[in-house]
Write a protein that binds this ligand. Structure first.
Ligand SMILES: [Zn+2]
Length: 326
């Protein structure tokens, strides 16, 4: 029985605890605060994130000037990439949801600062506006992509600035280009084909993070299956999976996305591993402060119940919860 604290922690991870809200007496379960590792804040109503269970977000493509103006200590806590770095005319330049302020076209693999259209110039600009990751678009289905030298320049400069590089890799060979280019992670679990064991082993050994976004493939069952199998392999090999929804891309629920959670569960990221993927503070080392996740009602009793139960999550101040178990 998961009402037993030991069983609860076995099911949901070491920080799960039975608790009640001080003001209302409502009983439930406390978990560490959740982060959605792939959002676009300029396309959503962010006031609905915390009521929906999301305490932190990683914005993976927005206007660096607008993002830098944010109040830095609020909830949701926001980390961001700033603009998409892409090849001239590359994805997502010209998309209706992508104004010019959110893309930077790199025409020169220069690692020297201040070169117009240079790789270092684009990375330095995002860093100056407070980015904590760099996002590169490698989408060969929607336009030109970086050659290996330009990607190498971006990654080299970003590493010097201690900024991990996250790739949107889409199209034949793009995940391999990203992996060979030493990017630190994928903005979407690779979905163009099966990546295979050697690729997965290399990605895990390199310490990559894979942001799930499994539920964006609603209209493409084959891409959904490629992504599910690829993420299952990555997770089984010990890879670091991060919950992410690509929130802002189409009509997705703001807050914990039940479809994404269910898809992770089907990829074998279940129970405590699922909670860990949602509670991972990457790219920060610290979780959002002063808050935790609260799921009202009785706890789940078995592994099969966890994903659906998580749809009740909300963010509450830690001080508002009284812990029942020891
Ligand atoms: Zn996105």
């Amino acid at each position: 029985m998961a009402h037993d604290p030991h069983a609860l922690r076995a099911l949901l991870g070491p920080e799960a605890a039975l608790c009640r809200r001080a003001l209302t007496g409502e009983a439930g379960v406390a978990l560490p605060p959740f982060t959605d590792h792939h959002v676009h804040l300029h396309l959503i109503d962010e006031t609905r994130l915390a009521p929906g269970g999301i305490a932190g977000v990683l914005d993976l493509g927005g206007d660096p000037v607008e993002l830098a103006r944010r109040e830095p200590h609020g909830i949701p806590r926001v980390a961001y990439a700033g603009a998409f770095l892409t090849a001239p005319g590359g994805y997502p330049v010209g998309r209706p949801w992508a104004p010019a302020s959110i893309t930077r076209e790199i025409a020169d693999p220069s690692t020297h600062p201040g070169v117009p259209g240079g790789a270092a110039t684009a990375v330095d600009e995002q860093a100056a506006f407070g980015a904590s990751v760099i996002k590169v678009a490698l989408n060969s289905t929607a336009g030109p992509v970086f050659d290996a030298a330009t990607l190498e320049a971006v990654v080299t400069v970003a590493r010097e600035r201690r900024l991990p590089v996250i790739a949107h890799a889409e199209g034949e060979g793009m995940p391999q280009l990203a992996l060979d280019g030493r990017v630190q992670g994928f903005a979407h679990t690779p979905f163009t084909g099966y990546v295979g064991r050697a690729f997965t082993a290399h990605a895990v050994a390199a310490g990559q993070v894979w942001i799930s976004t499994l539920a964006i493939h609603r209209d493409d069952p084959q891409a959904a299956e490629f992504a599910r199998v690829n993420l299952a392999g990555f997770a089984a090999a010990g890879g670091r999976v991060l919950y992410g929804t690509d929130l802002g891309n189409g009509d997705l629920p703001v807050g914990v996305n039940p479809d994404e959670v269910a898809a992770l569960d089907r990829a074998g990221v279940r129970g405590a591993a699922l909670v860990a993927a949602m509670a991972d503070p990457w790219p920060s080392a610290e979780r959002p402060a002063g808050v935790c996740t609260f799921v009202p009602g009785p706890p789940p009793l078995q592994l099969d119940d966890v994903a659906d139960w998580l749809r009740g999550a909300t963010v509450v101040p830690t001080e508002e919860l009284i812990h029942d178990d020891l």
